[in-house]
Design a protein around this ligand. Sequence first.
Ligand code: SF4
Ligand code: SF4
Ligand code: SF4
Length: 328
Amino acid sequence: MTDKKNGISRRNFLKGLGVASGAMLLPAREVAAAAGKSDEELCTLLDLSKCIACGECVSACREVNEPKFPKPKKPYPEMYPTSRVKVEDWSDRQEVDDRLTPYNWLYIQSTEVEYQGETHEVNIPRRCLHCRNAPCANLCPWGAAGKQKNGIVRINDDVCLGGAKCRTVCPWHIPQRQTGVGLYLRLMPNLAGNGVMYKCDRCYNRIDEGKLPACIEACPENVQTIGPRSEILKKAHELAEKNNWFIYGEEENGGTNTVYLSPVPFELLNKAVEKGPGKPGLSPVEDSMADEEKLAYAVGIAPFAGIAAGVIKAGKFLASAAGGKDND
Ligand code: SF4
Ligand code: SF4
Ligand code: SF4
């Protein structure tokens, strides 16, 4: 069971930040001031022993984030050379919820594993892990992906050209592309980019308003808790020690702001879960930013770095000249 005294359940998120218990909406300045006390990044803990795969979190994520979803314009411009850039169009498959898509930023990965003579059914909410030293944010050639002070990693849909380098450098290949939206349509529709990349943005706008992320608020089993990373790790270790459980996310990719707790080893879960496009694994992941230059060259980012600033400037100008977003 969660130790409520340590104060990071969905009910006492705000209390943990130093504000009144039970209040679900507070002036942003109060939350910001309270959160600022620790000056720490926010981290989530997911206790997999509790998840019943009800899907409430997935529905809540889709509902609150629907205004941010892509609204592409058809027909899509033909790209040259056609072999270089593949159209990725999810607009007619928006209902798909068994993998990550531009319209589904969270899904439940369910599996069964044998461990210590028992069969364990394990359900794993999967989304962006909000890495502490995120390669997607560090290596986006156009500066479209970035990390906020509070630890949230976001992709700016005003600037993203959909080149998908963020997906390439992400160890879990989380961001998903939708063709036919975004800046590339105004900039170089036939030659550069191919849409916009989408992923969990940790409900940054709700956090700014003092609310919990929608998936945390909707969960009937209190699977997720959120709080400063040091508190989340302390709690994770206490529970892991007490129950002989396992932790994922403390060290992976240099440390993430998403920490999973599981009653069975992640090695077994990784072998058992279905993996593929939009379906990430759970393998041990080394710090991909440890050799940033090598990674950048390996994925062909370095040659573009010099022109990135110019494109961003042009993009901002074009976006403001058009008076809004393509995908609004
Ligand atoms: S999990 Fe992938 S998409 Fe999310 S912050 Fe880390 S590198 Fe970026
Ligand atoms: S934090 Fe928000 S955007 Fe991310 S999975 Fe949860 S509901 Fe979706
Ligand atoms: S709402 Fe909670 S219990 Fe239901 S699938 Fe999501 S994390 Fe699991």
